[in-house]
Design a protein around this ligand. Structure first.
Ligand SMILES: [Zn+2]
Length: 270
């Protein structure tokens, strides 16, 4: 599943090809993805110029004067900018034709993605309840500390709650907690302010690193699939169930949290 770093890498890859371009038309090869594709995609976009490509959490917004195409890659979606003559494949559901003889093509085999519309001056309900961006100044240790008081949920679940902070998926939560020395099952309300400061710094460092990696590995812009922003050898706990801690040599432990395995070092994380 594309995580925040892959979506940001996608945005950075797409923007130079989209911003300033006029949209000539939109072709839908099916009426729906996860939800029906918004009628405005074909009714409003053609004729308008793209002002910006913005990311919010794992959503991309292609902004024109009257609103934004709001897009999510779901589990398996990807976006490519291709010559207009490139034949479309089975899962190429949407083409947005540009005045550069290219198309922005949305491929999504599993169709958990979406393509919706946000009128200018409004906020789509999907975006309304989201917490701050992890790489923004609004996200820091004090933010985590304040929101977590009195909460008994495991700190890992708290960190992955999109109303707390957006875009910290399983892999990044596990690695940030290791880096901060915090046990993933500790109650969120029982982590100190000082340790939350370490955790926020770890989240920022890990995501920034993953974005930088994504930027170097995705040469041909966009391939969220199979091109994680992180290299396997850089992981300390995620996916290392049964192996030894790289720092202290203790066998790592694993337990499921929300139906996903969570791995930690019983010595380094308290
Ligand atoms: Zn350890």
């Amino acid at each position: 599943m594309p995580e925040l770093p892959e979506v940001e890498t996608t945005r950075r890859g797409l923007a130079p090809h989209l911003v300033g371009r006029r949209i000539l038309g939109a072709t839908l090869r099916r009426p729906d993805l996860r939800w029906p594709i918004a009628g405005e995609i074909t009714a409003e976009l053609p004729g308008q110029r793209i002002d910006a490509v913005v990311r919010r959490a794992k959503y991309l917004l292609v902004e024109v004067q009257t609103g934004s195409a709001l897009l999510h890659l779901g589990m398996s979606g990807s976006l490519r900018v291709l010559p207009v003559t490139t034949p479309h494949g089975l899962h190429d559901h949407v083409d947005i034709a540009l005045d550069s003889d290219r198309v922005l093509r949305f491929n999504d085999p599993r169709r958990f993605g979406c393509l919706l519309w946000q009128p200018a001056g409004t906020m789509h309900p999907l975006l309304a309840e989201l917490g701050p961006e992890p790489l923004s100044g609004a996200f820091d240790g004090d933010h985590l500390w304040r929101l977590s008081r009195g909460r008994s949920a495991p700190v890992k679940a708290f960190l992955m709650d999109q109303s707390v902070v957006v875009g910290v998926g399983n892999i990044y939560a596990a690695e940030a907690l290791f880096r901060a020395g915090i046990h993933p099952f500790r109650a969120a309300g029982r982590v100190s302010r000082q340790r939350y400061a370490l955790l926020a710094d770890a989240v920022k460092a890990i995501l920034a690193h993953a974005i930088a990696r994504g930027g170097t590995t995705l040469r041909d812009f966009i391939s969220p699939d199979g091109a994680p922003g992180y290299f396997e050898q850089e992981l300390f706990v995620y996916g290392r169930e049964g192996e030894r801690c790289k720092t202290c040599g203790t066998p790592l432990r694993a337990r499921s949290l929300g139906q996903r395995p969570t791995v930690w070092c019983p010595r380094c994380q308290r």
